[in-house]
Design a protein. Structure first.
Length: 119
């Protein structure tokens, strides 16, 4: 009897899985965000912006990189809606678009710490 219940529940789970998979467009957007997280400079920028809004020059100084390199990376992050900007006086300051980004990073850090503690 338990085997029959498993099969019914399993078939229902398969049906639900097929119904609830994200669209290809949504999956593509997810993949692109993970690709953005796959670049150390972009990760550093995100972590810097998690502290405070910053201008391109401030980010470049903080990360000891050229402003053109930072601008290029910010453009990618902005296209993915991971950062936004606002004019403050003569400068444009960038900030994280929302806290979901930090949640992903926090969970990743927790995962790393958990793995380190397993050894």
């Amino acid at each position: 009897m338990p085997e029959q219940n498993f099969e019914v529940e399993h078939q229902q789970a398969l049906h639900n899985l097929k119904q609830n998979l994200p669209s290809d467009d949504d999956l593509d957007a997810m993949v692109n965000i993970f690709k953005a997280f796959g670049d150390m400079t972009r990760v550093k920028i995100i972590l810097a912006l998690s502290e405070t809004p910053l201008s391109v020059g401030e980010i470049a100084d903080t990360l000891d990189m050229s402003q053109s390199s930072i601008s290029h990376q910010l453009s990618i992050l902005k296209q993915l809606n991971l950062v936004s900007n606002a004019r403050r006086g003569r400068n444009i300051h960038y900030r994280l678009s929302d806290q979901h980004i930090l949640t992903i990073f926090k969970q990743t850090q927790d995962h790393i710490i958990e793995d380190e503690n397993d050894f």
